[in-house]
Design a protein around this ligand. Structure first.
Ligand code: SAH
Length: 377
């Protein structure tokens, strides 16, 4: 008996039957962003009952510190009377909700700020509205950054870039070939590579990647999202805070991963039913920003960033206010700043972007002798 296929599964198979194997990036774009059946459109991926947990879910301290960071940056900008506080991919709206609450201590910030959420998923927009309706701030939603009105902006993004489609190439004897998704002999999805190598690919690769052995995989994302963002910051003033898991130096490695119910899953097995992400190449991101004349701050590890912003003090305050929750606060603090190999504090990096005129951003001074980390799962 034929297996029952989901509508997205059937559609991807039709596309492959018609046009041949598709680039990994197209497969990922369909799985996550298909307007009817994409992962973000059909499910609520977050929290205990979802597929994964993000930093804002772990503790309110995360969003609160991001809120206080935003106030500090607004002051650095000269406390403009109108500020756009923009978030890219706000998920359930938890981080923004905690951030806005923390800014209440600065009424002038509150008066200056309108909130703009860039979110493509109608289901998640509803969740965000539920989370933010009582915040007292004016909130608007946008399909993309383009439609957010001009003026100075602070742009926040947590685990946004890792969800943008990634391209992969595999090194072979005659060069780098685009990695694709096709259908194997057993009828299941399978990775394959394009017949011809990508022309002139090596020229754009960092030297460390160029010398990778045959079979190595290199990942890259199109730059346009970060270029748009940088141009906006240069034109209108402001700063961006990008938090994501990834590596500070470009390196070869396959980091495409699927999560389902908090476990790693096969990225090809159930299109649209699992979360697909891949690590962010912060060196490439910084180079793209630099190429259009933006200033790059960091990256620093999430642990360093949160420590510098005073997460320990924040934790102590929360514990004093609710001693019965002290264990939970300590556990969350430990998890957010865990620097061990697979801990969030070290795996996640924080990068700031701004116009050149802003010499520094809070918490993002780059430590000297920072070692590059190779990508790993
Ligand atoms: N920042 C949240 C959610 C991260 S998941 C958190 O930390 O919990 C990624 C988010 O980005 C989701 O809200 C998803 O719907 C949104 N998203 C993915 N691709 C997008 C795109 N191209 N434009 C706008 N939002 C997008």
């Amino acid at each position: 008996m034929a297996e029952e296929r989901s509508p997205l599964d059937a559609e991807i198979r039709r596309l492959i039957a018609a046009a041949g194997p598709m680039p990994v990036s197209q497969f990922m774009a369909l799985c996550l962003g298909h307007p009817q059946y994409g992962y973000y459109f059909t499910r609520n991926p977050f929290g205990g009952g979802g597929d994964f947990v993000t930093a804002p879910d772990i503790s309110q301290m995360f969003g609160e510190l991001v809120g206080l960071w935003s106030v500090a940056v607004w002051r650095q900008l000269g406390s403009p009377a109108e500020l756009r506080l923009i978030e890219l991919g706000p998920g359930r709206g938890t981080m923004m909700s905690d951030a806005l609450r923390a800014t209440k201590v600065v009424p002038a910030f509150r008066e200056a700020t309108t909130v703009h959420l860039v979110e493509t998923s109608p289901a998640l927009r509803e969740r965000q509205e539920d989370a933010l309706i009582g915040s007292g701030f004016p909130i608007a939603w946008h399909q993309s950054l383009d439609s957010v009105p001009g003026g100075p902006a602070i742009v926040l993004a947590n685990e946004f870039i890792d969800a943008l489609p990634v391209n992969q190439a595999v090194k072979q004897e005659d060069g780098w070939h685009e990695r694709q998704v096709g259908i194997g002999d057993d009828g299941k999805y399978a990775f394959t590579v394009a017949a011809e190598p990508i022309a002139h690919f090596e020229r754009t690769l960092p030297a460390t990647v160029r010398s990778a052995p045959n079979g190595a995989i290199f990942e890259w994302r199109p730059d346009y999202a970060v270029l748009d963002l940088c141009r906006r910051l240069k034109r209108n003033g402001g700063a961006a805070l990008l938090i994501d898991y990834g590596h500070v130096a470009s390196a070869a490695g396959d980091t495409l991963q699927a999560m389902r119910s908090h476990r790693f899953a096969d990225p090809l097995a159930a299109p649209g039913e699992v979360d697909l992400t891949s690590h962010v190449d912060f060196e490439a991101l910084a180079a793209a920003a630099d190429s259009v004349g933006a200033r790059v701050h960091g990256p620093v590890t999430q642990a360093d960033f949160l420590m510098r912003l005073g997460i320990e003090k924040r934790a102590a305050m929360l514990k004093r206010a609710a001693p019965d929750k002290a264990g939970l606060v300590d556990a969350a603090l430990g998890r957010l700043t865990d620097r061990s190999a697979r801990g969030m504090g070290g795996l996640f990096k924080v990068l700031g972007l701004s116009a050149r005129s802003l010499a520094g951003l809070p918490g993002l001074e780059r430590p000297r002798n920072q070692a590059g980390g190779a990508p790993s799962r």
